[in-house]
Write a protein of this length. Sequence first.
Length: 125
Amino acid sequence: MKSPLSSYNPADFETVKQVALSFPETEESVSHEGTPSVKVRGKLMCRLHETGSFIPIRLSFEIRDQYLDSHPELFHLPEHFKNYPYICMWVHHYDIQLLKQVLTLSWRELATKKAIKAYDQAGNK
């Protein structure tokens, strides 16, 4: 039987990982089914889904719904994720500026107030 990641290309998560790791308190990790991920203080921020076709990114329900409505070509919500604060971004269909925007929002939900304040004071708002 073929592994779900057998067609996975490590480059598919590389840009997402590099942007996510640019925030304070982030660390590279391994998550479900051995997939690459980034965590903030031990909490999952984003990862490559085991199918290799999309990237779940932690976002509040309200913000998630806004992005699902405004960018349905980039984001989707599989049934399994509906009850969790995540949005799913297609691996090959995203804009780098939008990616940075979504990951910034995700990071702000998981980072400490001290880290957010220092980040903002450094001019990174």
